[in-house]
Design a binder for this molecule. Structure first.
Ligand code: SF4
Length: 372
């Protein structure tokens, strides 16, 4: 049974442009579901829509989102605040902007503990220290009394993770949770999240551009491009046989021992501004396999195998693909013969999203149920 169920989520700008366009997925308790894609594909906006923390200029999110059987879009804001930080929490990309600069990190964690566990005073202080210790902050009894400006970027990120875990959420939305961390701490933090999951059954929506993080942590994966999910599959299916030309290009851009001495492959062009393409496949301008139809018709979703689907004309009826069929897509794309297993590739696809392209966490400080 799904803990989170998202059906036909659409998020619009004031001018009507759909920046998250008809997205559906579900996550079971204890499961990690990854949203993968380049910066600017709508991954963070999807997460903010689920948390009902839309930035200025984004008017509404429609569709149906059920968390533990509760329809989130029908809740009053007061009830939604209870939901945030309690049943669902989010780790933002930019901890420096999300932490309150005039409160010690201990007080910020204690606020979550008071709100969601009714834990106060010395007990809250002790629990805050434990949480900081769990996320790998050295000398936690001292650090708990520090202000955020005394901490490095990686430490702030870990404080954010501690705050998110403080509410014992049933669903954790982790938006690039380890981007600011060095590899050793990254491994520790991911292990901590996995341990928390197996201990508590917490589900995780993992937003990342890092195929290494996906390979090690995700059970299922959705690949996003320009506001749409273009491929969804189990981790094993995706890494064994990526279908969508965009997914294939992401894999082809990875370095590896087998390609030593070769030029790294890059995806030409860039992601179009969200909501800017009204007709045809959104990836057409960057796709080597595009033909006339791709520029004229939006590709529909096609189920290709049990648990794996794709939004591409190569696999639709005209492309000859679809479930159980040997398609034009398979022949043209060469996906069936994708030559290597990438499960253990510990590489990063892209650099961090430029600050200018980020939603402003200052405008949605309540992700951990904390009020400024
Ligand atoms: Fe490429 Fe056409 Fe498929 Fe889009 S629909 S990914 S342009 S082949």
């Amino acid at each position: 049974m799904s803990l989170l169920k998202v059906d036909n989520l659409v998020t619009r700008l004031r001018n009507g442009a759909r920046i998250v366009d008809d997205i559906s997925f579900d996550i079971a308790a204890g499961e990690t579901f990854a949203l993968l894609g380049e910066s600017g594909c709508g991954k963070s906006m999807t997460a903010l829509s689920l948390m009902r923390l839309l930035p200025d200029g984004v008017v509404n999110a429609s569709g149906a989102v059920q968390m533990d059987g509760v329809a989130l879009f029908d809740l009053r804001e007061r009830d939604m605040r209870e939901m945030r930080g309690g049943r669902m929490a989010m780790i933002f990309q930019e901890p420096g902007l999300s932490l309150n600069p005039v409160m010690t990190v201990g007080r910020q964690i204690a606020e979550v503990l008071a709100l969601h566990h009714d834990l106060k005073g010395a007990a809250a202080q002790q629990r805050s220290i434990e949480l900081l210790d769990q996320v790998g902050i050295p000398d936690a009894p001292r650090r708990v009394r520090e202000y955020p400006f005394r901490l490095s970027g990686g430490m702030k990120q870990r404080v954010m993770i501690a705050m998110a875990l403080a509410g014992s959420p049933r669903l954790l939305i982790a938006d690039e949770p380890t981007t600011a961390l060095d590899v050793t701490i990254q491994a520790q933090v991911l292990q901590l999240l996995r341990d928390t999951q197996s201990r508590t059954g917490m589900a995780m929506l993992l937003i990342t551009h890092d195929l290494g993080v996906v390979a090690e942590n995700a059970h299922r994966v959705a690949v996003m491009y320009a506001g749409q999910i273009v491929e969804q599959a189990s981790r094993e299916q995706l890494f064994a046989r990526p279908l969508h030309p965009y997914t294939q290009k992401l894999f082809a851009a990875l370095p590896g021992a087998a390609r030593a001495g070769q030029l790294l492959s890059a995806i030409s062009g860039s992601v179009p501004p969200l909501g800017s393409i009204k007709q045809g496949c959104r990836f057409a301008a960057r796709c080597d396999q595009a033909w006339a139809r791709c520029h004229e018709q939006n590709p529909e979703w096609t189920a290709v195998a049990e648990g794996q689907g794709v939004r591409c004309h190569l696999y639709g009826e005209e492309g000859g693909g679809g479930k159980g069929k040997g398609g034009r897509g398979k022949g043209r794309s060469g996906a069936a013969g994708f030559p290597f297993s990438l499960i253990s590739f510990p590489f990063t696809l892209a650099g961090r999203r430029p600050a200018s392209a980020l939603p402003d966490p200052q405008r949605h400080p309540a992700a951990c149920g904390r009020q400024r």
